[in-house]
Design a protein around this ligand. Structure first.
Ligand code: URA
Length: 195
């Protein structure tokens, strides 16, 4: 059972274990027509408590790096593959990812961003449906079919990776800069096309 209104899942009981471990469903945040849509893995403790994605340390890194490339959290949309916190922050199981995919695809389809940026291995592999080496493939873009339409998806490392391995900081920043330029280029072309 699931119930979605606009971009939000209001009620869902598809995953028995996650219904137990969550405090609440954590929906995406940010403009409903954002050019950039970031997709993480699943809410952690902070996200579960506050009901918003990326509000802990990873969120701080994301916010800081967005600012470094000239963007603000309020300019972009941020969501997760799975909307309920898994117990002890384990990775979401395959069935949980599959149960939540309809919501993610609906959100991507309705927001219709210029580019989806995957934060970490789980969302990259989930959307691209293959093994992904996120560090070496960071910044690469592939079209993924979302509800019948091609959607550009850019691979990116998880912001938390920069906390454990400082060499990932540059990779993360370069990818966000590329994503920001991607949206500039696309919307620029669109604007020219309007004349
Ligand atoms: N990590 C994620 O993948 N998602 C969040 O919302 C927070 C941390």
């Amino acid at each position: 059972m699931g119930q979605m209104e606009g971009l939000d899942v209001l009620a869902c009981e598809r995953c028995e274990e996650l219904c137990e471990s969550r405090t609440r469903i954590v929906n995406g945040v940010g403009p409903a027509d954002a050019d950039l849509l970031f997709v993480g893995e699943a809410p952690g403790a902070n996200e579960d408590e506050q009901g918003k994605p990326f509000v802990g340390r990873s969120g701080d890194v994301l916010d800081e790096t967005l600012r470094e490339v000239g963007l603000d959290r309020g300019d972009v949309r941020i969501t997760n593959c799975v909307r309920c916190r898994p117990p002890e922050n384990r990775d979401p199981h395959k069935e949980e990812l599959a149960n939540c995919r309809e919501y993610l695809e609906t959100e991507i389809d309705r927001v219709d961003p210029e580019v989806v940026v995957t934060l970490g291995k789980v969302p990259a592999q989930h959307l691209l449906e293959r093994d992904v080496a996120v560090t070496s493939e960071a910044g690469d873009v592939a079209d993924v079919t979302i509800q019948g339409s091609p959607q550009p998806v850019m691979i990116c490392v998880h912001p938390a990776a920069t906390l454990y391995d400082s060499s990932q900081k540059g990779t993360f920043e370069d990818t966000l800069r590329k994503a920001a330029e991607f949206t500039d280029g696309e919307s620029g072309q669109r604007r020219l096309g309007d004349f």
